[in-house]
Design a protein around this ligand. Sequence first.
Ligand SMILES: [Zn+2]
Length: 271
Amino acid sequence: MPELPEVETVARQLNAAIAGRRIRHLRLLDPKLRAAGRLSVDDYRIEAVRRYGKQVVFELVPPRKRSVARWLCVHLRMTGRLIHVPAGQTMDATKARAVIELDHGGVLFRDTRRFGTIGIHEDQAAVLPAGVEPLSNELTVARLKELLANSPTPLKTWLLMQDRLVGLGNIYASEICFAAGIHPARPAGRLSDAEIRRLRTAIRRILTAAIKHCGTTFSDFQDSRGEVGGYVKYLKVYHRAGEPCRRCSTPIEKITQAQRSTYFCPTCQPD
Ligand SMILES: [Zn+2]
């Protein structure tokens, strides 16, 4: 499942490739997506493509003076991909759930498991995520402390709560707990001030490094150019159960928290 760095990668690449282009027509080929077609985006100009939480959002400027801006939001979920097709290349829509036809080239939305969604909104507030963006200036140590306060939820599970911090999923939640040196089962509301500082540093460092390497590909993720994410070789604990910790050589352990696998080093992250 794409997390913040993977969605950021796709949004940045699309922004570089298609910002300023005009949408000729949005073709919704999968009947499951048809509800999105109530509002048209045809003839809208793409002002920018950005990541909002885990969504790729196309910020659209209206074709006529009087109509209002619109936001085309794509949630990739498990297997969704947005693939940029440059002008002059054949747009093969056979496996696509939707096609964004542009004045030059286009974008294919492919999604084998069909959990991804498309939404079109006239109200930016409806698009903005409920939680705090972990890379924004809003995530100060004080704000993080406030968000964590009194929560009995185990830290790793807490990191997945999208109404607290947006964009973290199973891979980076384990990696962040390791980088912060905190046991993933510790109640989120019981962290010391020093641990909260380490946690904030870890969140920002891990996400920034993963974005730099265009995300992590475990099974499905591909960026808008059809390439895999390069961060996989930097993972310290995720999917490494039984293998030696890269810091202390203790075998990495795997536990289940809220039906999801968690990986950690029992020496570097004491309970
Ligand atoms: Zn270790």
